[in-house]
Design a protein around this ligand. Structure first.
Ligand SMILES: [Zn+2]
Length: 46
């Protein structure tokens, strides 16, 4: 589980609400709110 504002590490994250995939390029990138639905919780995607 990753939340908006955290630095969960580089990788793909899937929005808990709408399934939008967010790509973080760097371990220091902060999780944005979902660009599609503004949700703030995400799961690590493979
Ligand atoms: Zn979403």
């Amino acid at each position: 589980m990753a939340k908006t504002g955290e630095q969960p590490g580089a990788g793909k994250y899937k929005c808990d609400n709408c399934g939008q995939i967010i790509n973080l390029d760097s371990d220091t990138d902060r999780m944005p709110p979902c660009p599609n639905c503004n949700n703030t919780t995400f799961k690590k995607a493979k």
